[in-house]
Design a protein around this ligand. Sequence first.
Ligand code: HEC
Length: 148
Amino acid sequence: MLKTTVAVLLALPLLFACGEPEDTHPGQPVTHRRQAFRELLKASEPIGVMLRTNQYDPAEYQRLLGVFMEKREAPWTLFAPDTLYPPSHAKPEVWSDAAGFEAAKKDFLDASWQLSQLGADPGRDRALAAYKNVEAACERCHDAYKNK
Ligand code: HEC
């Protein structure tokens, strides 16, 4: 059940990627940025699945959290100037409202930091509450700065 759910969720972005323009820019900055976000999703999804399906296991939870805390750093340096072109789904506001984007990023980093500070065995309920704050921070930023 866990494996199937994760596999289905991971397949979705791949499906949507079909038929999009190729990234022909030198160094493919948009491609690398999107890959970093896909890895962030891939690192966060199993935590949500574990916590929502009553499969909380402290050791495995800590392992997943460690991977997630590493992946959460990657996307942010990849929003260089002049990197808004197809196939990017970023909104121009990432650059035109840089302070707002920075604040949304800080919200996310704060929420995930709090998740990581609950101790070795926070229990399913506390972990899930903190995890939901992280998800909400992802969604708030997407609503403001990412096209569907
Ligand atoms: C501060 C803003 C912000 C936060 C926080 C954020 N994202 Fe995003 N995300 C973006 C933007 C902007 C894009 C579009 C990037 C592009 O296409 O150039 C994006 C794209 C994505 C994509 C699509 C990648 C693709 O294949 O095109 C996924 C998946 C994703 N984010 C997952 C997450 C997850 C999971 C979290 C939280 C754990 C998260 N994001 C947090 C701004 C954010």
